[in-house]
Design a protein around this ligand. Structure first.
Ligand code: SF4
Ligand code: SF4
Length: 161
């Protein structure tokens, strides 16, 4: 099976963030010019629809970050832009049994049902284990052994991502 996040599927070289600021608004934990951005604490330079220091935004993390929807040749459909899908997909953030594990960070309380359904079907087709977030709780989807391992790690209080 072709690896879908390696640029083999989809063809969206011209995608732009547009009015999406999901990665600036605290759903991802980042640090920008000394400001810790985390759930409930958006970047102070985000207006909620654009960046007030866009031209001078830092290289790391701002300029170099591309979510799974924005990357060239993303397999995610147009309607799954993070602010509309309720999730930021981060492809292959960790490895499990030689497989890349995708991570879907919730934008808001939880991913939209349609988006999560699409993503699960995609991950099943391409054998990509998935971690997705509902509220502050992580859920594992994929092979049973992966689910069991992730649940056990969480039960031990380990941070799985
Ligand atoms: S989450 Fe993705 S599409 Fe949205 S602003 Fe960030 S990089 Fe752009
Ligand atoms: S500086 Fe701009 S691009 Fe960087 S996180 Fe803040 S709002 Fe987003």
């Amino acid at each position: 099976m072709t690896s879908p996040m390696s640029g083999q599927i989809g063809d969206h070289p011209q995608r732009r963030c547009g009015s999406c600021t999901a990665c600036c608004d605290g759903w991802l934990q980042i640090e920008v010019r000394g400001h810790v951005v985390s759930r409930g604490k958006p970047c102070p330079f985000s207006t909620g629809h654009d960046c007030t220091i866009y031209e001078e935004r830092p290289e790391d993390p701002c300029q170099k970050f591309k979510c799974g929807w924005l990357i060239a040749r993303s397999p995610l459909p147009e309607w799954m832009r993070p602010d509309q899908a309720g999730m930021i997909l981060l492809p292959a953030q960790l490895r499990w049994n030689e497989l890349g594990v995708d991570v879907a960070v919730a934008v808001g309380e939880a991913p939209k049902t349609k988006a999560l359904t699409w993503l699960k079907a995609f991950c099943e087709t391409y054998r990509r284990p998935l971690l997705y977030q509902v509220g502050t709780v992580w859920h594992a989807f994929g092979p049973e052994a992966f689910q069991l391992e992730m649940r056990a790690a969480m039960a031990r209080g380990e941070t799985i991502w």
